[in-house]
Ligand binder design. Structure first.
Ligand SMILES: NC(=O)c1ccc[n+]([C@@H]2O[C@H](COP(=O)([O-])OP(=O)(O)OC[C@H]3O[C@@H](n4cnc5c(N)ncnc54)[C@H](OP(=O)(O)O)[C@@H]3O)[C@@H](O)[C@H]2O)c1
Length: 287
């Protein structure tokens, strides 16, 4: 039995679908018990609970061999994940696959990268086998620009002129399911990237070609972006992480391209052009 945490999230949900497609029994750990009520599958079990509720975790990990650890970034996540790891250790879980991030480091200026590094260290020090999946930024983050592109033909972001090997979450989820259901992945780190490093200027050019109208990238400063997010009510740590995320990639790791997706999935990772084409309706003029 595999326990998938964060199962209602964008990656977790796809991992559940992939595992069930492979006929692997899955238990989902969800805050909302009804989240999977329309998702009937003979191999699917639902365990309700939260990372803060230790009793719910204790029940959820019973009989579980492997666990997928994923959550929404937040200042309590290191403690939340520690609760999961402790419950897993007590109940004989053999392997935890942790969704981390490229750039995870205790010295990072970005809080979420420090939190990922802390949880990675806890897993390294645990009795449980671990695998870290460290994706580059998600292509699906670009969907946040959908309304602006559709209405104004432009998008604004503080990513400067840097190039990033953005990765499609569909590839991440398929890779996660492969690792969770396969053998030989203990104590390995997979760095999941797209097949090419692209700038946001390149993305605007690809969008212009796909939508057949000019789409512009407005570079805003990190400070401007940070202040806009604060005005919108974002907590300051989140506003800072989103505005300054490009600082997380030292030593040109923003441009790093790995073969890990090809190795795990036996095919190339999804290109930015294919991603934008698949999701083009999200950037179309609204009727
Ligand atoms: N965005 C990027 O470019 C990027 C790149 C690399 C790595 N990452 C990493 O990806 C992870 C996020 O993955 P995602 O996008 O799939 O997440 P997501 O869509 O935000 O989903 C988060 C999941 O965690 C669950 N959750 C949140 N708090 C919980 C709690 N206290 N107890 C139990 N469950 C809880 C949520 O449940 P509810 O539905 O109940 O809220 C949801 O299922 C983060 O760790 C992030 O650092 C992101």
């Amino acid at each position: 039995m595999i326990l998938v945490t964060g199962a209602t999230g964008q990656i977790g949900r796809l991992v559940v679908e992939q595992l069930l497609k492979m006929n692997v029994p899955v238990r989902v750990f969800v805050r909302n018990e009804d989240a999977f009520k329309d998702f009937h599958h003979v191999l699917l079990e639902v365990a309700a609970g939260t990372f803060e509720d230790k009793n719910s975790l204790e029940n959820a990990v019973k009989g579980v061999e492997r666990l997928f650890l994923v959550a929404r970034d937040n200042p309590d996540q290191v403690v939340q994940h520690e609760n999961v790891i402790k419950a897993a250790e007590r109940n004989g879980v053999k392997h935890i696959v942790k969704l981390s991030a490229l750039g995870a480091s205790k010295d990072s200026p970005i809080a979420l990268m420090r939190w990922h590094a802390e949880t990675e260290e806890q897993l390294r020090n645990s009795k449980i086998d671990w695998t870290f999946l460290r994706p580059q930024l998600y292509m699906q983050n670009l969907l946040r620009f959908g309304d602006s592109v559709a209405s104004n033909g432009c998008f604004s972001t503080p990513m400067g002129s840097g190039e990033f090997a953005l990765v499609d979450i569909r590839d991440i989820a398929e890779a996660a399911a492969k690792v969770l259901s396969g053998r030989g992945h203990a104590d390995k780190i997979y760095t999941l990237t797209g097949p090419a490093a692209v700038s946001y200027e390149d993305i605007a050019k690809h969008l212009s070609a796909i939508l057949q109208r000019p789409i512009n990238y407005n570079q805003v400063t990190q400070k401007q972006f940070y202040e806009t997010l604060l005005e919108k009510g974002f907590p300051s740590w989140r506003a800072y992480d989103l505005a300054y995320i490009a600082e997380a990639y030292s030593n040109n790791s923003n441009k790093l391209i790995t073969n890990d997706i090809n190795t795990l999935l036996n095919r190339p990772s999804v290109s930015i052009q294919d991603f934008l084409n698949d999701y083009r309706v999200n950037f179309r003029d609204k009727a």
